[in-house]
Ligand binder design. Structure first.
Ligand SMILES: Cc1cc2nc3c(=O)[nH]c(=O)nc-3n(C[C@H](O)[C@H](O)[C@H](O)COP(=O)(O)OP(=O)(O)OC[C@H]3O[C@@H](n4cnc5c(N)ncnc54)[C@H](O)[C@@H]3O)c2cc1C
Ligand SMILES: *[C@@H]1O[C@H](CO)[C@@H](O)[C@H](O)[C@H]1NC(C)=O
Ligand SMILES: *[C@@H]1O[C@H](CO)[C@@H](O)[C@H](O)[C@H]1NC(C)=O
Length: 493
């Protein structure tokens, strides 16, 4: 049994637990023949690591233990040319593989593999182009590092709202940022992708160079090859205001009222993630708020209702953008199995919030005997206008006329023995919430897409990509006729 101590917050996006666990020693094994072949073909820019090496451990590490797998080897690719050579060998030998950016995919197999893991860490350069308001960003970076480099220059790009996630997966899957109210999604702000195609060709894909492939990459993850560089639009960034607040479950009525009131605001600089969850060992509901305002001080009134609720912990202040994103330590998941699932929601009414709360308690209690640690939901509040910032079609979202929010459920548990129970439960709960929201009058949700960066394994592609699916499938056949990228996991067209 692992002993755990629940620390300062719970959110589905914020699982901060201190664990006293035992580490498993790595077993040494003989290098796999394919790994050896790769090691011989790559340049000195890249390197192969085997079990027993700390860099192997770093390579297979994921935010959720559920999405970590033991690979034959980890290849830290260091140049687009080497990525091409690696894909050639993997394709010819039909070897399963994975491409990993920040390792925050919560589904097993999406960036993990029993075969070869290609880690993109070495793609870590950032070049800012002031004249064109763009930045070239290496796909191995986590958003924190991107902010840390751009903050002193007074600019930023659209990236994650909490610490640790990769800029690659964030951008290639959609990308909801604190700046999304102002500028749209991550996919709306890409100028170019440097892509290594499955045939090894290195191309720079822009809206004009190859419109279909550009469309495919704005939401299509690893279906079309391996992206090695993102050219993203930059925006001015000064000091911001906000941070995290943790509250007792008894404050839920006040939190619901304040959330409803905040949704009526039309100020694009304001952002909120209101999360609540059931912590199994404590048999308690815990509430966590992440609050953001894109200026050193918020206008009077906007967040007053939240600030008036007595808090267990609060770190609201004027600070750098990076500091706000790091205000919750969601890094230390300590080997927990964590799973996300998404449901599009239009409005978080008090009635719907009651259902969401009931769901977390219901399933938290039901799964308590199956090593559940905490179950939660996050209401992310964006303006209805977020999909109006881009007139071009993107792979995700397939529709832009429904003002849906990318609502997320997060379940955390301990034992692999119960994986199937948690998959079943999260799908059942998501379906229940979707139906309940429609029954409450949010009928447009019948045609609203599920966010692929949050969706749990087993979600039908149609639910995420809708009417875009035939075009994405045709594009996949054009770019990858040999099916090389089918050897890696993820949402496969
Ligand atoms: C704690 C937490 C907070 C989050 N917060 C947000 C948020 O604020 N906003 C939001 O929109 N999402 C958020 N997410 C979801 C997040 O965007 C996805 O998990 C995203 O895929 C993570 O990217 P990554 O590079 O870290 O993941 P990885 O697991 O490394 O990759 C994800 C997928 O992208 C593919 N991929 C990665 N790099 C490349 C590449 N170079 N070329 C081709 N394919 C590639 C992988 O193969 C994999 O299928 C959050 C997730 C977590 C766990
Ligand atoms: C989380 O981990 C990353 C490195 O993996 C680090 O850069 C970041 O500062 C950490 N965040 C916090 C809040 O500790
Ligand atoms: C709570 O959720 C469960 C599971 O979805 C459901 O069966 C039950 O009717 C709900 N109770 C209330 C009061 O909504």
């Amino acid at each position: 049994m692992k002993a755990f101590l629940w620390s300062s917050c719970f959110v589905s996006l914020c699982l901060s637990f201190a664990f006293a666990g035992t580490a498993q020693p790595e077993r040494k094994s003989f290098p796999d023949a394919i790994c050896v072949q790769i090691a011989h073909s790559i340049s000195s820019a890249s390197e192969v690591f085997y079990p027993g090496d700390p860099l192997y451990d770093k390579g297979i590490y994921h935010y959720s233990a559920w999405s970590s797998q033991k690979s034959k080897c980890v290849v830290e690719a260091g140049s687009p040319q080497d990525v091409g050579k690696i894909l050639f060998i993997l394709g010819r030998t039909k070897t399963p593989f994975a491409v990993k950016g920040g390792g925050h995919a919560t589904n097993p197999g999406f960036s993990s593999s029993p075969g070869v893991l290609i880690s993109m860490y070495r793609f870590s350069e950032i070049t800012y182009h002031a004249a064109s308001n763009t930045a070239d960003i290496g796909v191995g970076l986590i958003c924190d590092d991107v902010y840390a480099t751009l903050d002193p220059l007074g600019v930023t790009v659209l990236g994650g709202r909490v610490t640790g996630l990769g800029i690659a997966g964030f951008t290639l899957g959609g990308g909801y940022s604190w700046k999304t109210n102002e500028y749209g999604l991550g996919v709306d702000n890409v100028v170019a992708f440097q892509l290594v195609q499955p045939n090894g060709r290195i191309v720079t894909v822009t809206k004009t160079s190859d419109p279909e492939l550009f469309f495919g990459l704005t939401g299509g993850f690893n279906n079309f090859g391996v992206v090695t560089r993102l050219t993203l639009r930059t925006f001015p960034q000064g000091q911001v205001w906000g941070g995290s607040i943790t509250l007792d479950g008894s404050t839920m009525p006040a939190v619901k009222a304040a959330t409803t009131e905040f949704q009526a605001s039309t100020d694009p600089k304001g952002g909120l993630i209101a999360s609540y969850g059931y912590v199994t060992a404590a048999e308690q509901v815990v509430v966590s708020l992440l609050i953001f305002y894109d200026a050193p001080t918020p206008p009077p009134g906007l967040f007053d209702a939240f600030l008036a609720i007595p808090a267990l912990q609060s770190d609201i202040s004027t600070r750098s953008y990076l500091s706000l994103v790091q205000s919750q330590d969601v890094n230390s998941t300590s080997g927990l199995r964590i799973m996300f699932e998404a449901v599009p929601i239009i409005s978080f009414t008090p009635e719907l919030s009651d259902i969401l709360l009931n769901e977390t308690i219901f399933w938290g209690q039901k799964l308590a005997s199956k090593s559940a640690v905490a179950l939660g939901v996050s209401s992310e509040i964006f303006l209805p206008s977020i999909y109006s910032h881009n007139a071009a079609k993107t792979a995700f979202p397939p529709v832009r006329n429904i003002p849906f929010q990318p609502f997320v459920l997060g379940y955390a548990w301990d034992s692999a023995e119960f994986d199937a129970d948690f998959i079943r439960a999260i799908h059942e709960s998501a379906a229940y919430i979707h139906k309940a929201a429609i029954a409450l009058g949010q009928t447009a949700l019948r045609n609203a897409p599920v966010y692929p960066n949050y969706a749990a394994i087993g979600t039908p592609l149609k639910d995420m990509y809708g009417a875009n699916l035939p075009a994405l499938r045709a594009l996949r056949r054009r770019v990858d006729p040999a099916g090389v990228m089918a050897l890696t996991g993820g949402w496969k067209f």
